[in-house]
Design a protein. Sequence first.
Length: 382
Amino acid sequence: MLRFLTGGESHGKCLVGILEGMVSNLDIDVEDINKELERRQKGYGRGERMNIEKDRVEILSGVRNGKTTGAPISILIENKDWENWKEYMDIKKIKEGKERHIPRPGHADLWGFLKYNYTDLRNVIERASARETAMRVAIGAICKKFLSEFNVKFYSRVKQIGNIKDEGDIEEVKRNYEIIENSPVRCIKKEKEMINEIDRVKEEGDTIGGIFEIIVEGVCPGLGNYVHWEKRLDAKISYILMSIPGIKGIEFGIGFEGSNLTGSKFHDEIFYKNKIYRKTNNSGGIEGGITNGEDIWIKCFFKPIPTIKKGLNSFDIRDFKEKKYEYERSDICAVVPASIIGENLVAFVFASEYIEKFGGDSLDDLKKNYHTYIERIRKFWF
């Protein structure tokens, strides 16, 4: 069973993570992980903090001589901004001045305060922050490396910012992926319009959200399960993607657009000529909770960032007087980094599925089991 745990606060000394259940003898290059972290930090509309943090990982255990050992992999990412906050985040006695008493609408502030019986919202703000996702990207990068052993590839792009929609289907995403990777808004054709929209919103002291999509190519059929509800793969993917702060909606395949179609138009007909193939992928590569060999196609709606410069109405938890919350630096648009976070979390789900289905404590053993399975289904899938 593959699982992970993270710890750390937004302005604490560091983020820490543990990935348990990864097979032994998987080649690990720290720079591959750092590249994923760098991708997460990019994007037009990011806040000032990205000028401070230069995320890099330190692997503390579970890797020796460039290969995983099968033991838990523990990882550390330093927070460079800790130097500016250490007096306010000390584990013994903090300096006054960074407390927060006005909850932000759209954040966990008020409900975390009530749940844990705090007197200062700062405790909620620090742990609920999306800064924690840097560690999840690092963990997902290891999972991506594992999946590359099975020729599984990941793509993502920003499909929409506000009302500005990018053009092209998923095949165009794959063909134009170099353009996407080099675009500050991760799109194919609407870069200038998206940038202008972000600039317009920034001038108004506001924020903006959008839609990103993830495509996973090369996943073998038969992952997931219909037997128990919690084993359905689309349910697992939805669960982990909804854990990203700011995600408010998920679609597989054509998603809600399918509400305009009848069953005969929506469902992907099955054809056979030397192998099974489809002419459409409306289901997004998952049927009955199980992968069907087509590309996995997911879309996510990422809401506008709730920390807004012009402020929203709230109240002071000390005297209940109506006030607007105190603004702290924030992203204007975080759809770009959300797409990278999403990629890596989906990688964790698929790595877990491969390990569960094919078993084996070492990479070699697992790959042998995988190839035995592939040989059995060859006349259907290949």
